[in-house]
Design a protein around this ligand. Structure first.
Ligand code: PGA
Length: 250
């Protein structure tokens, strides 16, 4: 069966509603549905409704939130509950992005709870894992990635993994211009798959690669069949560039 690649754009803290509208209109004009790819957009929370409404005629485009709280409601100032983001039309949520883990102190346990909360509300968690440079240099990549995966396995039963997507994003490659080699990425993707199957997950969980992906390196990364797509920050912010990038690969 041919691969169905996922091209996911993580806008981070960019593109409020006005810029998000301009992006989305342009992106819709430049792309059309293709059987071999899905296009996912993760706008900031204030732009979710606008983007989700704009793409509702395009079943190949899925909109997701960058972060959620695991509780369905309550006294958590500044947080967003999963039911709130699903109400905007979002059908996915990032969990465990390295910026959440490292800049905001999100723990492995919290990432697992967020993934479980998303699944409970019938939306897809895109669970991100990855090692820092010090961890890679210290030979601890495997240990760290397995620990992060296990924390989600503790809270998401094996049968629910059919609705999970993962991303391997080495922290040292995010926003730095440094990319893992296709071999390095493929090796960690295989490690993740091994850990999932060791824990009773059957079926192929899609795993995206993220970290300084751009038009120049996306083809060599996607040439590796261990990769099911890419999660892209900086190179997803310009509609023309992003439309060009999602036209590559496949
Ligand atoms: P980058 O970010 O493409 O700018 O490296 C990727 C990510 O953080 O998801």
């Amino acid at each position: 069966m041919p691969r169905r690649l996922i091209y996911a754009a993580n806008w981070k803290m960019n593109h409020g509603p006005t810029a998000a509208r301009a992006f989305t209109e342009r992106f819709l004009a430049l792309t059309s549905p293709a059987a071999d790819r899905e296009l996912w957009l993760f706008p900031p929370a204030v732009s979710l409704t606008m983007v989700a409404d704009a793409v509702c005629g395009r079943p190949d485009i899925r909109v997701g939130a960058q972060n959620v709280h695991w509780e369905p409601k309550g006294a958590f100032t500044g947080e967003l509950a999963v039911p709130m983001v699903t109400e905007t039309g979002a059908r996915a949520v990032l969990a465990g992005h390295s910026e959440r883990r490292h800049l905001f102190g999100e723990t492995d346990e919290q990432v697992g709870r967020k993934a479980a909360a998303a699944l409970k509300a019938q939306i897809t968690p895109l669970v991100c894992v990855g090692e820092t440079l010090a961890e890679r240099d210290g030979g601890r990549t495997e240990q760290v990635v397995v620990r992060q995966v296990d924390a989600v396995l503790e809270r998401v039963p094996a049968e629910d993994w059919a609705r999970v997507v993962m991303a391997y994003e080495p922290v040292w490659a995010i926003g730095t211009g440094k990319t893992a080699t296709p071999d390095d990425a493929a090796q960690v993707h295989s490690l993740i798959r091994f850990e999932l199957s060791r824990n009773g997950v059957t079926g192929r969980v899609p795993i995206l690669y993220g970290g300084s992906v751009n038009k120049g390196n996306v083809l060599s990364l996607l040439a590796r069949e261990e990769l099911d797509g890419v999660l892209v920050g900086g190179a997803s912010l310009d509609a023309d560039d992003w439309a060009e990038l999602v036209g590559l690969g496949g």
